[in-house]
Design a protein around this ligand. Structure first.
Ligand code: NAP
Length: 284
């Protein structure tokens, strides 16, 4: 079916893209092309491998070629901040851009990772519990911490490299942020204090599926455990959380919603998230 649609490409077709390095395993083309096809829009979404030092040239290419919208993946998100004509408030706050889009002839940068993370939580819980325990201090933890802080949620950050967590904590304003050691009694106490626990580390991700960032003894049935990992769908952390009676949620819906919010910026319409999710599930 997709082949038929590609045969229908014309001079009017709008091009969307994802830039990344690596980009070969990106699920975004399947997710966005499924939405495009389901809506019958004259768009196509293609992946480009872009090295970090080539990003300025690639963004110049976006301008020269009139590419309608772009997603950026690691390691390009921070570098893109200086290459656009304007930034959304949240992209400015997080210092990270995952979406390029056009606004009245200006190439803008936005970050939909934070809203993409929040949406499944809002669908699951009436109120987001505070404080939240965030495991990790990399790119995804940054988006998660800023998103939670924007909702007034206090944060406890635990990361293997404690200085990295401290640097992240220093950037967050308006809520209380505590940095702890990612093990032992500090971690146990943080689990007791926080109903919401979010795994933003890669621990438990395929192929290292036997690992968990938390000892299962620290989990109880009052916890909501949100693991950003979506492959495997059920990490060891999520399995152990569910065994303790906790609520578990994986990163699949976050992936879909960050894409859906980008799509809305490009096309001005809400895409079918169920179609996007199905496209990813089929690939995984
Ligand atoms: P990143 O920037 O590379 O950060 C990786 C984090 O994991 C760092 O905090 C790192 O700690 C920690 N870590 C790595 N190996 C560890 C180990 N063996 N023990 C303890 N901590 C370890 O990566 P990221 O972009 O934040 O991604 C993190 C995870 O989130 C990945 O699994 C990714 O698939 C997932 N993710 C999901 C979505 C989604 O849409 N669902 C979006 C983005 C990311 P150090 O600082 O000490 O190195």
């Amino acid at each position: 079916m997709l082949n038929n649609r590609l045969a229908g490409l014309s001079g009017k077709t709008k091009v969307l893209a994802v830039f990344g390095c690596p980009v070969e395993h990106s699920l975004s083309p399947a997710m966005h092309n499924a939405a495009i096809q389901s809506l019958g829009l004259d768009y196509v979404y293609v992946p480009f491998r872009v090295e970090l030092d080539q990003l300025p040239a690639a963004v110049a290419g976006v301008r020269a070629l009139g590419i309608a919208g772009v997603n950026l993946t690691i390691p390009l998100k921070e570098r893109a901040v200086d290459l656009v004509d304007g930034l959304s408030e949240r992209a400015q706050r997080t210092g990270s851009v995952n979406t390029l889009w056009w606004d009245d002839g200006r190439l803008m940068g936005d970050s939909t990772d934070g809203p993409g993370f929040l949406q499944p939580l809002k669908e699951l819980l009436q109120d987001i519990p505070s404080p939240a325990l965030v495991l990790g201090a990399g790119g995804s933890a940054r988006a998660v911490c800023f998103a939670l802080a924007s909702q007034g949620i206090d944060l406890i950050i635990a990361n293997r490299t404690v200085e990295r967590a401290q640097r992240l904590a220093e950037r967050i304003a308006g809520v209380t942020v505590k940095v702890i050691e990612p093990q032992g009694s500090s971690l146990e106490q943080a689990c007791a204090e926080s109903r919401l626990i979010i795994n933003c580390t890669s621990v438990g991700m395929s192929p290292k599926i036997g690992e968990s960032p938390l000892p299962s003894e620290f989990l109880t049935d009052r916890h909501v455990v949100y693991d950003l990992i979506y492959n495997p769908a059920e990490t060891r952390l999520l399995q152990e959380a569910r065994q303790k009676g906790a609520i578990g949620i994986n990163g699949l819906k976050m992936l879909v919603y960050q894409g859906a919010f980008s799509f809305e910026l490009w096309a001005g319409i809400q895409p079918p998230v169920d179609v996007m999710e199905q496209a990813i599930v089929q690939l995984l």
